[in-house]
Design a protein. Structure first.
Length: 248
C-alpha cells in the first residue's frame, strides 16, 4: 500500500543544530536486505519567491438574458493556505519562501483543464501558455508585485472547470525545446499537495522527476498508467523523487 501521502511514514528533517551545518552529512537507509547511503555537502539554502494568480474560468453555457457572462474564480482561502504543504514537504525554511498574490491576470479561460490523447491538451495550450504569456507581459510592463519578478508562478484554477488532471507543470525535462520551467497550474480543490508536486517539477532547471512509471506512459501523466513505479525501480534507475497522487 502506498505511504507516499503519509508524512509520518516518510523521512522528514526539520531541525539540525547550526554547528553541524558545515562539512558533509551521510544518510543511510536499510530496508529489509536493501541498503543505500549517500554523502552530501551542506550548501547555502535558496530563497524562493512564488507568485500566484487566480485563473478565471468562464463556463460555455450562455448567460441568462440581460446578464453578463460570469467568470468563476478559484478559492482564495485554499490558495493562501496551500503554501504550508510545500514548506512541509521540501527542505526549505518557512522564512526562505515568499508566496504572494499577483493581480492583473484577467484572461478568462474557457476550455477544460484537461489533457487526453483524443482532444489534445488545453491544460497546456490554454493554461500554461496563458501563464507564460502573463509572465512575459508582467515583465515587460513592470507590473510584478513590489517590482520583484518571482522565481516561479502558479495559476490556481477553480474546481468548476471540467478537468481530468489536478495539476500540470511547464517542466523543462519534459521538453527542453518547448518548456521554460517557470509556471505551473492546479485545481483549487486538489490543494497544496498538488502545488508542491507541480512546483517540484520546476524547482530548478533540472526539476524533480517522477519515479518511473511503466512504459508506454512513463512521465506522460503524473498519475501514471498503470499507477505506481516500474517493476525495476529503483534497482536499475535512481530517481530522486517520489510523486504525490493526482498530479500531472
Ligand atoms: Zn507530476
Amino acid at each position: 500500500m502506498s505511504q507516499r501521502g503519509d508524512l509520518n511514514k516518510t523521512l522528514n528533517f526539520y531541525t539540525i543544530p547550526s554547528n553541524l551545518l558545515t562539512g558533509t552529512v551521510t544518510f543511510a537507509a536499510h530496508i529489509g536486505n536493501a541498503t543505500r547511503s549517500e554523502t552530501l555537502p551542506f550548501v547555502p539554502g535558496k530563497k524562493l519567491r512564488i507568485a500566484w494568480v487566480a485563473m478565471p474560468y468562464r463556463p460555455p453555457q450562455p448567460p441568462p438574458p440581460g446578464s453578463n457572462p460570469t467568470d468563476i474564480l478559484p478559492s482564495q482561502d485554499i490558495a493562501n493556505k496551500a503554501i504550508a504543504d510545500l514548506i512541509s514537504l521540501y527542505p526549505v525554511a518557512a522564512g526562505d519562501v515568499t508566496y504572494v498574490f499577483q493581480p492583473e491576470f484577467k484572461q478568462s479561460i474557457r476550455l477544460p483543464f484537461a489533457c487526453s490523447s483524443n482532444d489534445g491538451c488545453p491544460a497546456d495550450t490554454q493554461y500554461l501558455r496563458g501563464l507564460n504569456d502573463f509572465w512575459n507581459r508582467m515583465s515587460r510592463e513592470g507590473k510584478w508585485v513590489n517590482g520583484v519578478r518571482p522565481d516561479r508562478l502558479y495559476g490556481w484554477v477553480p474546481e468548476a472547470a471540467p478537468r481530468n488532471i489536478c495539476g500540470i507543470a511547464d517542466a523543462i525535462w519534459s521538453n527542453p525545446q518547448k518548456r521554460k520551467g517557470r509556471v505551473a497550474a492546479g485545481i483549487d480543490s486538489c490543494g497544496g499537495e498538488t502545488l508542491a508536486h507541480e512546483l517540484g517539477h520546476i524547482l530548478d532547471d533540472k526539476g524533480l522527476r517522477h519515479t518511473p512509471n511503466r512504459p508506454p506512459e512513463e512521465d506522460s501523466r503524473c498519475a501514471g498508467v498503470p499507477e505506481g513505479p516500474a517493476g525495476d525501480y529503483p534497482s536499475t534507475r535512481v530517481y530522486p523523487w517520489v510523486p504525490l497522487e493526482n498530479g500531472a
